[in-house]
Structures are given as structure tokens and as C-alpha cells.
Design a protein around this ligand. Structure first.
Ligand code: ZN
Length: 339
């Protein structure tokens, strides 16, 4: 059992990354999507193979990680998004451990063990489709599963915990609680949708930012408490210079138009630390083929968006890509930042 008195476990290579990020001069790249990239390579999510890639398609998964590293990513994410004991069944432990091993193997083969960070992806929904992200489990067994996942990622050797597509208060709080008690550093990735609505008689356009998984919750309602909780923990445990482990908060899996607004909301609602940004390019989910339809955003459009956030938010020093983008987008972004 860990206690909050223990210091946060930051690996040497992770400390070096933080130093570089805090210098403010560098832009560090995170990888792109794993699932939709595997999908594009024939290890399809629709067949269910995608979720089992760390065992059944090990080489394909290692190759995706290696390709991102070669494209310039210094942070790679484990293929554990949306997977928990309930979802993965009896192979949960082997699949999770295997996913971390594949990331480590890619780091070994590219001889980047001193510099590349492995981020353990944690999310609470299981890709059932927009507006349908509440786990079917009861909250208690669900929280127990999240604790198991965090513990497993930790002992498997990830450098940092990466909370992805969070924002719905009911399920984001237990994830933050789990990573805080693990005493690992963690990053929070908020995801949102923006429905531009027309209001008033003159037809004024108004932005309506909602947390991705929960269309009933405006981002401005959810973020203040979640950001405070990430920093202070339960009952302000970490308030007096205590270290909750949160090093970065940012926006991910958002459409480019919404992403900048989420970054702005994060700053407005109490976060003045480092940020990250990685948009997605999913236009829709096609249930008939269980595949995403992407917008095929050209690499230069993607890079321009990223450079814009880097310019507008000086603390947003991590850039990357999410679902629907590809290795070529990371490579192009790397080129455009002079990497
Ligand atoms: Zn995504």
C-alpha cells in the first residue's frame, strides 16, 4: 500500500523531459494514434483484433511504436486505451503487460531508452460510440478495475500515466484518485466537442463546448473542480507544496476548432502549468464496419494547427496527434518544428 507521504516516482529520463519542457524553448512531440493506425495496417478494430494486438499482433504493434519514434516522437503511448479487466476479460493482465512490453521493445530496437518516454494510456470509456461512454459496470467494480490497471501499468514500467479523453466528472475523479495514490507522475487529457449554435434573433453564433463523453456537461462546469482535484487531491491533501503528481494538463482528441478553446478553458479554470495538445481527425464512426471515417486532413493543415497552439499558448510545449491521423503527420510536424 502506498501512502501520499512517498515522493512521486519520476524516472531519470522523465526528469530530463520535464527539464526540457520547462525550459520553454523546445517543442516535444507525442506520438499519434495506435488503434486507428493499426486499423489502417489491417489489424482491425472491427474484428476485435485491435484490442488483442499486444499478444496476437505483437510485431505490428512494435512497428507502429518504432515508426512514431523514427518520425520524431519522444513520448509514445501504450496500446491500453479503454481496456480494463471487465472489457478484456481473463487476458486483461497479459494484454496490459504485453502492451507496455511492446512499447519498451520499440524503444530498445530504436536505441532510445535514455530519451523516449512511455506513457500509460488510461481512459474510462470503451469506445462504444459518441454519447455512449458510461461504463456498464457499477461504479465500485469499475473503480476497482481502474486501480488494477494503474497498478499494472506502474509495475510494468511506464514513465508516466496518461489520462485520455476524460472530462466527465463521475468517472474522471476516480481515475485521478487512482493515479494520485500510485505516486506516479500523471498528465490529464481533456476531450470536448463544440457545437456551434445560433442564438438570438440576429442569428449570433455561440460556441457550446461540452465534455466529449457527456454532452449534458459544459466544459466550463466540469473543469474547475477536476483541475483543482488533480492539483490538490482529496481534502486538499497536496495543497501546501505537496506533489500530487500532475505535471501536464491539456486537450486531446478534439477537433482543431474546439481544441484551442479547451486549452483556453484549462488556463481560465486554474491551471498555469505545462500543457499538451493533440487533435483528432475523426469525422464519424461507421457502425456498419466498426471503423472511423477520417477527414484526411493534409499534413500541412495539421501542422499549421499545432504550430498555432504552440504560438498562442507558450506553455503548450507538447504536440501530437490522435485518432485518424498517422505517422506521416507526426513526421511532417517534426519537420516543421525543425526536428
Ligand atoms: Zn483519439
Amino acid at each position: 500500500m502506498t501512502t501520499i507521504a512517498e515522493p512521486i516516482k519520476r524516472s531519470h529520463r522523465y526528469q530530463n523531459l520535464l527539464t526540457d519542457l520547462k525550459s520553454g524553448n523546445k517543442t516535444i512531440l507525442l506520438d499519434g494514434p495506435i488503434s486507428t493506425e493499426l486499423d489502417a495496417r489491417g489489424v482491425t478494430m472491427s474484428s476485435g483484433k485491435g484490442r488483442r494486438a499486444s499478444i496476437d499482433n505483437r510485431e505490428a504493434l512494435i512497428q507502429v511504436h518504432m515508426d512514431y519514434i523514427k518520425a520524431g516522437a519522444r513520448i509514445i503511448t501504450t496500446h491500453t486505451f479503454g481496456g480494463n479487466r471487465d472489457r478484456l476479460g481473463q487476458d486483461f493482465e497479459e494484454l496490459t503487460r504485453g502492451a507496455v512490453e511492446c512499447a519498451m521493445e520499440a524503444r530498445r530496437r530504436t536505441e532510445t531508452e535514455d530519451s523516449v518516454i512511455i506513457a500509460g494510456s488510461i481512459a474510462y470509456h470503451t469506445a462504444q460510440g459518441p454519447n455512449n461512454y458510461d461504463p456498464k459496470q457499477d461504479p465500485e467494480s469499475w473503480e476497482s478495475d481502474i486501480n488494477d490497471l494503474v497498478e499494472l501499468l506502474k509495475i510494468s514500467g511506464v514513465d508516466v500515466m496518461l489520462l485520455e479523453m476524460v472530462g466527465g466528472p463521475t468517472f474522471t475523479v476516480p481515475i485521478i484518485r487512482a493515479v494520485q495514490s500510485s505516486r506516479m507522475p500523471f498528465w490529464v487529457g481533456f476531450s470536448a466537442t463544440d457545437t456551434d449554435r445560433t442564438v438570438g434573433r440576429i442569428g449570433r453564433h455561440e460556441s457550446d463546448l461540452r465534455v466529449y463523453d457527456n454532452p449534458g456537461t459544459p466544459v466550463d462546469d466540469a473543469l474547475p473542480d477536476l483541475i483543482r482535484f488533480a492539483i490538490e487531491g482529496e481534502k486538499e491533501t497536496f495543497k501546501n507544496d505537496g506533489d500530487s503528481g500532475v505535471d501536464i494538463i491539456g486537450a486531446m482528441h478534439c477537433k482543431p476548432d474546439a481544441l484551442g478553446k479547451v486549452l483556453q478553458a484549462i488556463q481560465t479554470h486554474g491551471w498555469n502549468g505545462l500543457m499538451m495538445a493533440y487533435p483528432d481527425d475523426v469525422r464519424e464512426w461507421d457502425p456498419s464496419i466498426s471503423k472511423v471515417v477520417t477527414g484526411n486532413d493534409p499534413v500541412n493543415v495539421f501542422s499549421d494547427h499545432c504550430l498555432g497552439w504552440r504560438r498562442d499558448f507558450p506553455k503548450c510545449t507538447i504536440l501530437g496527434a490522435c485518432c485518424g491521423f498517422s505517422v506521416k503527420h507526426i513526421a511532417a510536424l517534426n519537420q516543421s518544428i525543425g526536428g
